[in-house]
Design a protein around this ligand. Structure first.
Ligand SMILES: Cc1cc2nc3c(=O)[nH]c(=O)nc-3n(C[C@H](O)[C@H](O)[C@H](O)COP(=O)(O)OP(=O)(O)OC[C@H]3O[C@@H](n4cnc5c(N)ncnc54)[C@H](O)[C@@H]3O)c2cc1C
Length: 825
């Protein structure tokens, strides 16, 4: 890759940088209070972290005063925990199109497949009951695949796109799934060393070696195995690049998405450079070390995560794998979360349970309502989740008493926290579209903070810091990335900037991005969550709990310091973090940090003074301001009214195979999370490899070379032709139309399906998604009543995922070529 003003990639991040999102609070010149200095080194309190029990059990029920009963003691702790952390409630009935695959109850399809095709295992197990054992083993491997984000008994859309097997369905697919699940299970059982295809073959009959090779290569290319930072992984030699000289990729943004993509591309032989606007890597993951400068408390320090903090669900979470490789302990966030009224007394446990049940019933009502709306208005009508909840609350007289109302408000604030948005802005229809994919398992902190991941991920990657990108230009020759200081040139670019930056239009794309993408950028929401992080001289709140809540009298301020995270167990010092969600998060940034910190202290005094506990003066405090941070303009994405999960997919679509997009807001399944960002980086690295291989093949093949250089224009023409062809489809029903493969009439052959999503959702008819489907399944779809039923059958039973045209992979591309060629005759 060239740079016009020859400049060297900078070494790892400079140690000093102000977190743009954070504002330090200038404390009084009191000896006890030191002015916060966010310019400090971000090194986390590793020593303190090391002292923490990695998977500590819940502390015994306790409260700040011996006499205060636990508000949660009388209710099921596990249910409370689900609500009181950053987790959304799952209402399966509320998910209109997304289907989760589950294993069949009696025998897994994988097990059946093995039975049918006789893939024997050669592990040392007794011959008796071998069938049962084999079935159990296959089931457990399928579950591991499920946890890693795969449909356990069918192909993922990436696998379909990568054409891992020539024909979808049938025996070969079943065999492939057994092999794929087995390799994944081998990797997850020991992510400290890479899984070789030979190791995978040890348990599979040798005649299936080609399937093992295909599955192994797919899983490695997509970083489902052999990823991360274990020394044995890092010492693997890079794979040979798809072409020489190696293709170059410019990555805009050094957050989790950019860093993951860079590492993976480098391991695949690509030349990579990251162009980053800040003076540090990590983006919305930033651990700030806070230190006492007070003479009375000289040694107090703590590591505070100002952005991404909790690993939400550790099962299957790739960050859990990396933590294990790096030897990071995990601290399970404990379930106990007492709630305090504004006067400091704890909420009565009966009332707590009652209001929580009422809150869940309200969500159930909304769930039923949206089903009715979806059935009655096929073209889609969306309202805000907040409006629907309030309508039911008023109609059913829920939480009529002031204390109940405060409690209900607390639950609503918690929902606003999970979504980083006021409920008034959330789509009733799709706000929880990602719930089916939620990572299972405990929520965890990484003692010492998440910047430890960042440092490890960024190590050895060429990153150009302080380079604010203003323009990305792309064409058939490659890409140019213009910053305020320099110009970079590469073969491809991966844009990982937050959705807030894209919405703001701070980066000019030349030529303009396709209208569909620009519309999705505007539709999808990007919300706000802020934190006040306070280092105290000692822990006065009982560090054996990880969270406690605070209720407010004024509904409009329900999100203000509604939840406190105690980081005493993991940060190395007495650290409290107060969360500010919903409307309050927006108001928060209009006030001075001093005012905000004073308000937090006031809240804490109201809670603890009645218990005879004095709240000490803070040693240091920081208020985040993610909304005005010019490198994000917000905290994370949410599904706004009128938007849907499709918009995440549209944001993820590449343009002209030159500009690719990653980042949490491109991950439909795991948006708004650190692991979602990481996985999106791996996903796009794989897509970039696919595009580079395609380009290399075109260059190698003379008849293809004729058309290859006008990549963009060719793609445009493709779209127009396809629209024409769909005017006279082979089959059409509802919003669906189908073009069959003209070269065959085999029932198992692949047909191209187009679904007018726009007509259903936006009333415009302009947005189409595409999928591949077996010809024999078309008639079944046509016979169904209504597009909703068709869509769910498509996802659930046929395993077809709807994508943009770019996502159909080689199978899709060659099918389209055949259809076009036949139409010319
Ligand atoms: C307050 C807060 C709390 C959160 N809590 C959690 C949590 O508990 N658990 C969880 O899983 N997730 C949480 N998240 C979300 C999580 O942090 C993000 O989803 C994830 O870090 C996003 O990573 P990314 O790579 O997509 O984007 P980013 O980390 O934002 O990376 C994008 C990079 O692009 C750079 N950039 C932007 N514009 C430009 C430009 N013009 N030129 C050059 N560079 C540019 C940015 O500086 C940044 O480094 C939280 C986020 C916030 C803000």
């Amino acid at each position: 890759m060239d740079m016009e003003e020859g400049n060297e990639a900078q070494p790892p991040p400079p140690p000093q940088e102000a977190p743009e999102a954070a504002e330090p609070v200038p404390m009084d010149q009191d000896e006890d209070q030191a002015a916060a200095d966010p310019m400090e080194d971000e090194a986390a309190g590793g020593d303190a972290a090391a002292a923490v029990d990695p998977m500590e059990d819940d502390a015994p029920t306790s409260s700040p005063t011996p006499s205060a009963p636990s508000a949660t003691a009388a209710v099921d702790d596990s249910t409370v925990a689900r609500k009181r952390r950053r987790r959304k409630k799952q209402f399966p009935g509320m998910i209109p199109t997304a289907g989760v695959r589950v294993l069949r109850a009696s025998s897994s399809s994988a097990a059946t497949a093995a039975h049918l095709t006789g893939i024997p295992r050669r592990r040392g197990r007794p011959p008796t009951n071998s069938h049962v054992r084999q079935a159990r083993e296959l089931d457990s491997e399928a579950l591991i695949a499920l946890a890693a984000g795969f449909p356990a008994d069918t192909l993922s859309e990436d696998e379909v796109a990568a054409v891992v097997i020539p024909t979808i369905g049938g025996t070969e697919q079943a065999n492939y799934l057994v092999v794929r699940n087995h390799i994944l299970a081998l990797w997850r059982s020991n992510p400290l060393s890479p899984v070789s295809s030979n190791a995978a073959l040890a348990a599979i009959r040798t005649e299936h070696a080609p399937l093992v090779a295909v599955a192994h290569s797919f899983l490695s290319d997509h970083a489902y195995i052999n990823f991360g930072l274990a020394p044995s992984i890092l010492s693997l030699p890079p794979s040979p690049p798809p072409s020489l000289p190696p293709p170059s990729v410019l990555i805009v943004g050094a957050g989790f998405a950019g860093l993951a993509a860079a590492r993976h591309l480098m391991s695949l032989g690509f030349k990579v450079a990251i162009v980053e606007g800040r003076l540090r890597p990590g983006g919305r993951v930033f651990t700030k070390t806070m230190r006492s400068t007070a003479a009375d408390y000289p040694d107090i320090a703590a590591a505070a995560d100002l952005g991404g903090s909790v690993l939400t669900g550790i099962n299957g979470n790739p960050l859990g794998v990396i933590a294990r490789q790096l030897g990071f302990p995990l601290h399970k966030v404990r379930d106990k979360c007492p709630l305090y009224l504004p006067n400091g007394s704890e909420v009565n446990s009966d009332m707590d349970a009652r209001v929580e049940a009422a809150f869940n019933q309200l969500l159930d009502k909304v769930c039923q309502l949206r089903q009715v709306v979806a059935d009655s208005f096929p073209h889609g009508v969306d309202v805000s989740l907040g409006m629907a909840l309030e309508a039911f609350r008023a109609a059913h007289g829920v939480a009529a008493e002031p204390e109940e109302r405060m409690l209900l408000d607390w639950h609503l604030a918690n929902l606003e926290y999970a979504n980083a948005a006021p409920l008034a802005d959330l789509s009733m229809a799709f706000w929880d579209q990602d719930d089916p994919y939620e990572m299972g398992g405990d929520h965890c902190f990484i003692p010492g903070g998440n910047s430890q991941f960042v440092r490890a991920l960024a190590d050895g990657i060429p990153i150009f810091y302080g380079q604010n990108v203003r323009r990305i230009q792309y064409g058939c020759d490659g890409v140019m990335v213009y910053t305020e200081k320099q110009t970079f040139r590469g073969d491809m670019a991966l844009c990982t900037v937050p959705l807030g930056v894209l919405k703001k239009g701070d980066i000019d794309f030349v030529p303009e991005l396709p209208a569909q993408k620009r519309e999705a950028i505007q539709r999808l929401g990007f919300g706000l969550l802020n934190k006040v992080v306070i280092l105290f001289p000692f822990d006065f709140w009982d560090g054996r709990i990880d969270t406690f809540g605070h209720l407010t009298e004024d509904s409009a301020q329900r999100g203000e310091f509604f939840l406190f995270y105690s980081y005493s167990s993991v940060s190395g010092g007495p650290l409290l973090v107060a969360l500010v969600a919903g409307e309050s998060a927006i108001e928060f940034e209009k006030k001075s940090p001093m005012e905000n910190v004073e308000k937090v202290l006031e809240t804490l005094r109201k809670i603890f003074s009645p218990k005879g506990i004095e709240v000490p003066n803070p040693l240091q405090a920081i208020c985040t301001r993610w909304g005005t941070d010019r490198f994000t303009y917000g905290s994370y994405s949410y599904v706004a009214i009128g938007s849907s999960g499709d918009d995440y997919d549209i944001l993820a679509e590449s343009v002209a195979d030159r500009i690719f997009f990653a980042g949490e807001a491109t991950n439909r399944r795991y948006p708004a999370t650190m692991h979602g960002a990481l996985l999106s980086g791996y996903r796009e690295a794989a897509n970039i490899v696919r595009a580079a291989r395609k380009r290399a093949n075109k260059v190698d093949s003379p008849e293809k070379t004729d058309v290859n250089f006008e990549v963009k224009d060719t793609d445009k023409d493709d779209n127009i032709d396809l629209d024409d062809l769909f005017r006279t489809p082979d089959a059409a029903f509802g919003g669906f139309s189908v073009l069959h493969d003209p070269s065959t009439s085999e029932p198992d052959s692949t047909s191209l399906l187009r679904v007018g999503i726009g007509a259903r959702k936006l009333g415009s008819g302009s947005l189409f998604l595409y999928g591949l489907i077996m010809r024999k399944n078309v008639a079944e779809l046509a016979a169904m009543e209504g597009d909703e039923q068709r869509l769910s059958t498509l996802y659930r039973d046929f395993g077809t995922k709807l994508l943009g045209l770019d996502g159909l992979g080689h199978t899709g591309e060659s099918l389209i070529s055949r259809i076009k060629a036949a139409s010319k005759k």
